[in-house]
Design a protein around this ligand. Structure first.
Ligand code: NAP
Length: 303
């Protein structure tokens, strides 16, 4: 049997922390690093070792996973001064599970190949709940050999794991996912504001329509949170805006119009203008409410 990979994990935020915990739970030796050290320290009680630098993570691991917010962050942790690339051994693999630019991903993979380091892009969907449960959807791009090598690592964190094609294709698939997520979330917000304006019971409405053609993860999970005024982030507005920017930039390059996605982005821009970029994406309802002058708030409960 092949030797078990030792895992380095960089970026233990909302998603990274539970992903690293699940890797340790599955028996991998995991060494984590986070810019704000306290977030990595909290993982010690779950059997995760904590490194004091990126170089230390790189030296400890045969596979290094990054889970940071945006393209400049991923490039900084990999290629910045004292970054991972300088210290990763030839033959090791970098797996970027953040959502970043497909084009920058391809360029980074090429540069790393020059150092003898294989790279996969393997962004995820399923939210913080999926990260906690180890049920993430993982969409990978890169060489099949590296993908197969990393399969046991992915299986500790996710359920639906697909190699989509060459480098960058995992990120492209994730952007497709985000078109669907952002448009659906905005539609849920409009549906609930309309329902509220008509005097409907919101939770009962969600329940009634969820089993039919209108059902979706966004409706089932974020609809009730909108109605109950729970705006704690599973996925922050500011990160969704980053994804929508990546989508619209890629679409513009090929002159692909995305009207619904653009509208969802404008709603979220209004939410950011309210100073609420750190709230969960369900806060999109606040933009619709501001325009309508109606709150989608559940009064009482369905009996
Ligand atoms: P998050 O909670 O903000 O975590 C990001 C982590 O990266 C933080 O621990 C942060 O450290 C670290 N970091 C940020 N910038 C860095 C830098 N320049 N150098 C080093 N470390 C840095 O975000 P998240 O929700 O886990 O999202 C992470 C990625 O997953 C994003 O690309 C997001 O789009 C994607 N994603 C998120 C979800 C979701 O539901 N949340 C779902 C699918 C995909 P500090 O503690 O110092 O800030």
């Amino acid at each position: 049997m092949a030797e078990r990979e030792s895992i380095g994990f960089v970026g233990t935020g909302i998603m990274g922390a539970p992903m690293a915990r699940n890797l340790a739970k599955a028996g991998f030796q995991v060494t984590a690093y986070n810019r704000t050290a306290a977030k990595a320290e909290a993982l010690r009680e779950h059997g995760v070792a904590v490194a004091g630098s990126l170089a230390e993570v790189a030296r400890s691991a045969s596979v290094v996973i990054t889970m940071v917010p945006d393209t400049p962050d991923a490039l900084a942790v990999v290629e910045g001064e004292g970054g991972l690339a300088e210290a990763m051994a030839p033959g090791s693999a970098l797996v970027d599970m953040s959502t970043i630019s497909p084009g920058e991903t391809r360029a980074l993979a090429e540069r790393l190949a020059g150092r003898g380091v294989a790279m996969l892009d393997a962004p995820v969907s399923g939210g913080s709940w999926g990260a906690e449960q180890g049920t993430l959807t993982i969409m990978a791009g890169g060489e099949r050999e590296t993908f197969e090598r990393c399969m046991p690592v992915f299986e500790a964190m996710g359920k639906t794991i697909t190699l989509m094609g060459p480098s960058g294709m995992g990120q492209t698939t994730k952007l497709v996912n985000q078109i669907l997520v952002a448009g659906t979330c905005a539609a849920v917000a409009e549906a609930l504001v309309f329902a509220a304006s008509q005097g409907a019971d919101l939770l009962r409405t969600i329940e009634a329509v969820s089993g039919g053609a209108a059902g979706s993860w966004q409706l089932a999970n974020l609809g009730p949170r909108m109605a109950r005024r729970d705006f704690a982030p599973g996925f922050m507005v500011k990160l969704q805006q980053k994804d929508l920017r990546l989508i619209l930039e890629a679409a513009q390059e090929r002159h692909t119009p995305l009207a619904i996605t653009s509208l969802a982005r404008q709603y979220l821009t209004a939410v950011e203008a309210m100073g609420l970029g750190d709230e969960g994406t369900q806060a999109v309802v606040k933009a619709v409410e501001a325009l309508a002058g109606v709150e989608a708030r559940q009064e009482g409960g369905a009996d």
